[in-house]
Every structure is written in structure tokens, then in C-alpha cells.
Design a protein around this ligand. Structure first.
Ligand code: RIB
Ligand code: CA
Length: 321
């Protein structure tokens, strides 16, 4: 089976880190680079955190590139309240020196997309992607598939009653990406809160991870401890919603989720800023520029996640979600 080449554009970030763990454990894909965008944490912190995760996985061969430090227009608002002061659940893992690249994320994206067929798995705000569109549209349109964790379709947001963080953090970038995909008759594979909210890592599942593979389970516990506390305090939830790994999982196995094709636009001002407006009933009669996921098989997701991240055959897994 040919491994599909991907670039992960992210803001690590606790759930971004779990997504990186899943991606690097997946034989179906080859991660040829990780690009960092401002989001959960400032871009320099995200760069350090990506290296910490790669160091844990013994995969510092994967290059990491720094991207945009602030949104296109909106003032930058990080999510360190959710991800901890170090952006990695206040695990305060040892810094990994070096591994600086001589080009930035946008240049890497442009060079790579011009050279070969690569897909982008975007699990942070879309500032890097929008900047690539502004600076090298031809390269962006060369992308094989573009998948984005973001938005919410007729469910509450997590940053406002209607807006999800990635599209709220940089709504102008998200708007440009969806508009560009529409203009060029392409579709965003959109992984919204509708489906990611159903992916809850519970204390029982975390304990199971530790039993099956102590090294990986302990690492996941280290970086999610703060996240569990955040969810209990603010969402009265025992467990933590791990949004980003679902984008990787769905990229690998489309049977995990069902979805609909729809026209999507992003609000960039006012009380609904960052809202993803999903025209499910085709009011606007616009070309459909997104495949919006609407349901997920949580158990199948965790079977893939545990099997790959814990390195155990799926048939040996015994857990309930
Ligand atoms: O709203 C959830 C998304 O925002 C996730 O990607 C999380 O990492 C944050 O970036
Ligand atoms: Ca993220």
C-alpha cells in the first residue's frame, strides 16, 4: 500500500500532540513535515512542544517549521487557559534544543506542494494556509486533499455560543480558505465539533492505555492531566475532548465518519465572529465547498487510536467507550 504524504499544520497543544502521535504511528501516511501556527499557544512555544513530542517518539527526523505568529486581522488570543502555561498540559517536559529550519512554514508548504502530491491535515487556526493562498495560490491548489479540524454545524461552539476555536482565532483565514476552495471547485474535509466532541478520553480509557503500554500511556497521562482538570472545571465533564486526532483518523479511514456536502462560509465580525455557517438546506444555492462530518463511530476511532499509539493489534484490544 502506498503511503500518502501529509503535512500536519498544527498549534500543539495537547490534542494536537495526540494527533501527531497517531499520525507517526500510522503506516498509511508519511508525515513529511509539521508546520506550526499561532493558536493554542504562541508559535515559538508550539515549535518547542512539537519537538518535545517528536523527541518522546524518537522521531526528530520529522522537520518542524515555524509559521505565522498572529492571525491575519483579528488580535491573537491563545488558549493557554485550556492547554496550560507550557501549552502541553503543564507537563513541563524538557526542552529539545536545535532542529531550527532555515525556511519558514509558508516557504516549506509552497516548495513542497509545488514539488509533489501532498495532503494537508490542518488542526489549528488556518493562518498559515491563508497566508500560503495569499503568497502562492498555485502551490495551495496543488494540495491533494485538505482536511481541517474546525467549526461547528448547528451545535454550540467552544469559544462563543456559535464559534469553534480554530475558526474563531482567525476567522478571516478560515473564510479565505473556504472561499478559495469554492472558487476552485474543491472541498474542505471539515471535521467540526459535531463529531470531535464525541471523542472523549475518559479516566478509564487512560487507565487502559497505561495498562496496555505504560510508556505511551504515561506520556499521554502527563500531557492530559491539566486537560482533564479543565474539562471537569469548565464543562463538568469527567474526561477530555480530544478533537485533533479524529482529523488524522478520518484521513486514514473514511468509514469512521459520515458527513454531508454543503456550502460553508465563515463569519468574520460581530457577535457570531468565527461561526462556520453550514448551508445544510442549500438556501443559498451556492457550490458546495465542504464535506462536513456529522457522525462518528467513537469505538472504531479508539480502536484505531489505541492500536496505533499503543502498538497493539486491534483484535487484542478490550475496552468500552
Ligand atoms: O476547538 C478545538 C481546536 O482548537 C483543536 O484543534 C484544539 O487543539 C484547538 O486548536
Ligand atoms: Ca489544534
Amino acid at each position: 500500500m502506498e503511503r500518502r504524504k501529509v503535512i500536519i499544520d498544527c498549534d500543539p497543544g495537547i490534542d494536537d500532540s495526540l494527533a501527531i502521535m497517531l499520525a507517526l504511528a500510522s503506516r498509511e501516511i508519511e508525515v513529511i513535515g509539521i508546520t506550526i501556527v499561532c493558536g493554542n499557544c504562541p508559535v515559538d512555544m508550539g515549535f518547542e512542544n512539537a519537538k518535545k513530542v517528536l523527541n518522546h517518539l524518537n522521531r526528530l527526523d520529522v522537520p518542524v517549521y515555524k509559521g505565522m505568529e498572529k492571525p491575519l486581522i483579528k488580535e491573537f488570543v491563545n488558549a493557554l487557559d485550556t492547554h496550560g502555561q507550557d501549552g502541553l498540559g503543564e507537563s513541563f517536559l524538557e526542552n529539545v534544543e536545535g532542529y531550527e529550519q532555515d525556511i519558514d512554514a509558508i516557504t516549506f508548504l509552497s516548495n513542497t506542494l509545488r514539488k509533489e502530491k501532498v495532503s494537508i491535515i490542518a488542526i489549528g487556526p488556518l493562518t498559515n494556509i491563508a497566508t500560503l493562498i495569499h503568497t502562492d495560490l498555485e502551490a495551495f491548489l496543488n494540495v491533494e486533499e485538505f482536511i481541517s479540524m474546525g467549526g461547528a454545524c448547528h451545535v454550540p461552539g467552544n469559544c462563543s455560543p456559535v464559534a469553534e476555536y480554530n475558526y474563531w482565532c482567525d476567522p478571516d483565514a478560515a473564510k479565505l480558505v473556504f472561499r478559495t476552495m469554492k472558487e476552485h471547485h474543491r472541498k474542505v474535509l471539515m471535521v467540526p465539533l459535531n463529531v470531535t466532541r464525541q471523542i472523549v478520553l475518559t479516566p478509564e480509557l487512560l487507565e487502559y492505555m497505561k495498562q496496555v503500554n505504560k510508556v505511551q500511556g504515561d506520556f499521554v497521562e502527563k500531557i492530559t492531566k491539566f486537560y482533564f482538570y479543565f474539562h471537569l472545571t469548565w464543562e463538568n465533564l469527567i474526561g477530555c475532548v480530544i478533537n485533533d486526532p479524529l482529523a488524522v483518523a478520518y484521513f486514514i479511514n473514511r468509514n469512521l465518519c459520515a458527513g454531508i456536502d454543503a456550502y460553508v462560509d465563515i463569519e468574520t465580525q460581530g457577535i457570531s465572529i468565527g461561526q462556520s455557517v453550514v448551508d445544510t438546506l442549500d438556501f443559498y444555492k451556492n457550490e458546495k465547498n465542504a464535506h462536513v462530518l456529522t457522525s462518528v463511530d467513537e469505538h472504531a476511532f479508539f480502536e484505531m487510536f489505541f492500536s496505533k499509539v499503543l502498538d497493539i493489534p486491534e483484535e487484542q484490544l478490550k475496552f468500552e467507550v
